[in-house]
Design a protein around this ligand. Structure first.
Ligand code: NG1
Ligand code: ZN
Length: 534
């Protein structure tokens, strides 16, 4: 008798000699070696859904800021969170099974280990970014899902955060935690209305130019704009780099990663001094802002800046609402946050800072422990999450005067404006605009809050990056032995020095970060530490 799972797997055989790993960004590599992985991910998604009594599980096909020839896939948990770690391990194992029979055996092993009823309903939602390989890889996932007997909802093209939003909406529909209508229109209406309310009639100054990395964020932003208040009353947005007809232009000389890594605007940028700009990445889950100052010098306002801006604003609103005694705000960063940002939050905003290892899931978990957790990676991944208690307090609080009422209304609109399921470039972008409008700030005022320490991030190619083991939120090496001591010695030679080395989770390299009082010292420190790592 034929077995549909074995057949689906044999239809997409695994290339020989390749090892796949479900890492911080899911599976991600060259698109032409991913077919087998996608089919197996379909099987895992169906199992995961069944293990959660048929809750909707998300499958997002994207390689974010990677070059056009890459692709990848991530699984999304029912409330829009990243996949549970145990299931990352299962996914890795599944992806590396040799053939259909082995896959089928492992599929059954998982079912028996987790007491999964293979006849129970499985529900999976899928979406993809605009990469040329996306359609083919979608077919591979579909084959896996069909073989496993899952019910499938295909949303076509979505940004990664939109897919997370759909998953959360579908799983909360009709409950007291209902998150929204699980349609694209529902997404635009929810965030558009919240933006309007949060602005409280204020009009952001000037305009905002949005570089969409020639990715899926482009057409989705164009749709979102239709649901925002008219530009005469609110924000004027110029959409650039939104060419998805030419997928080979994705992330090329544009997008958040280009801007953050090169510390310069996309070469095609035509904006003048003082003009606000931002760049999304290829799947629109990252955003960074920037502008040219009056001397035409490029100025970056990255994830650290978004975190400090938003934390300071939410702190003000909580205080104005009369809730400062019961609601505590905290900021979660990684070791890549600029030392000046950390100092600003602790000493100027007087808020607690937690540091976690790299990767959004670590930041998210730490932020979940706070009443209001603001978390951003320096590269622009991030969001704000509110604990259930805090949400309840803000919903129920009776304002004592008009000032409190106004702040409460702003807070409530911000809660709706912030995508609680995952960091969302479109939602984060609107939030920044709301804060700037409330503060009557342009980018220069935002930049002036503190001065970044000069810093340098280098990628070092090594023979075996797995020997680099860290502790203290990746800030200290425990292996290779003795290396940390040597790094410490170099750090002590420069003023305000800080440096660390860690193995990348997404590339075959070690990253070295260094900062110091001057650019020359930071560069020098980064170079010296790189030499030690080699
Ligand atoms: P790795 O390659 O582990 O450093 C990179 C980014 C992370 C995160 C992941 C993708 C830096 C220094 N690292 O991780 O912040 O965005 O990719 O999830 O930017
Ligand atoms: Zn991304």
């Amino acid at each position: 008798m034929s077995n549909p799972i074995v057949e689906a797997v044999q239809k997409h055989p695994a290339p020989e000699g390749l090892q796949y790993t479900y890492g911080t960004a899911g599976f991600r590599t060259k698109a032409d070696v991913l077919d087998s992985v996608l089919t197996r991910v379909g099987l895992v998604a169906a199992l995961r859904s069944r293990s959660l009594k048929g809750k909707w599980i998300g499958v997002m096909i994207t390689a974010s800021h990677n070059p056009p020839e890459d692709n990848g896939v991530k699984l999304v948990e029912p409330l829009g969170n990243m996949l549970q770690e145990e299931w990352e391990v299962l996914s890795t194992e599944m992806a590396n099974k040799a053939n259909g029979d082995e896959v089928f055996k492992f599929y059954q092993d998982i079912a028996s280990k987790y007491k999964i009823d293979l006849e129970a309903p499985a529900r999976v939602v899928v979406a993809r970014d605009t990469r040329a390989s996306g359609a083919r890889l979608l077919g591979c996932v579909q084959d896996g899902l069909k073989a496993a007997g899952a019910e499938v909802k295909d949303y076509g093209f979505l940004t990664t955060p939109q897919l997370h939003y759909m998953v959360r909406c579908l799983n909360t529909e009709g409950t007291k935690d209902a998150y929204g209508t699980p349609t694209e229109k529902g997404y635009y209406e929810k965030f558009g209305a919240a933006f309007k309310t949060a602005l409280k009639g204020r009009k952001p100054s000037g305009s905002l130019t949005v570089d969409c990395a020639n990715g899926v964020g482009g057409p989705k932003l164009v749709e979102l704009i239709k649901h925002l208040p008219p530009k005469e009353e609110a924000l004027e947005i110029h959409v650039v780099n939104d060419n998805v007809i030419k997928p080979e232009s994705l992330n090329v000389d544009c997008g958040a990663d280009f801007v953050k890594t090169n510390q310069r605007a996309p070469p095609s940028s035509k904006t003048g001094p003082g003009d606000r700009c931002c760049s999304l990445d290829g799947d629109a889950d990252r955003v960074v802002f920037y502008f040219k100052d009056s001397s035409n010098v490029f100025r970056l306002l990255d994830g650290d800046r978004i975190a400090t801006l938003v934390a300071s604003f939410l702190g003000d609103q909580v205080r104005l609402a009369g809730l400062a005694d019961t609601i505590r705000i905290g900021v979660v960063q990684t070791a890549y946050a600029n030392g000046a940002a950390t100092q600003y939050v602790e000493q100027h905003l007087k808020l607690k800072v937690d540091c976690t290892p790299t990767g959004v899931k670590h930041l998210h978990h730490a932020a979940e422990k706070l009443d209001i957790g603001v978390y951003f990676e320096a590269n622009g991944h991030g969001t704000v999450i509110f604990s259930n208690d805090t949400l309840e307090q803000i919903a129920k609080y009776e304002p004592k005067n008009p000032g409190q009422a106004e702040a409460l209304s702003v807070l409530r609109a911000c809660i709706d404006l912030i995508n609680q399921s995952v960091g969302d470039a479109l939602s984060d972008m609107l939030l920044v605009e709301v804060v700037l409008a409330h503060k009557s700030w342009g980018p220069q005022e935002w930049l002036s809050t503190y001065t970044d320490l000069p810093n340098r991030l280098l990628k070092v190619l090594v023979k075996d990056r797995t020997i680099f083991k860290t502790t203290d939120a990746e800030r200290k090496l425990t292996s290779p032995e003795g290396l940390q001591k040597q790094i410490d010695a170099e750090v002590s030679k420069v003023r305000q020095g800080r440096s660390f080395a860690r193995a990348s989770g997404t590339e075959d390299a070690v990253r070295v970060y260094a900062e110091a009082a001057t650019k020359a010292e930071a560069e020098d420190l980064a170079r010296k530490v790189s030499e030690l790592v080699k």
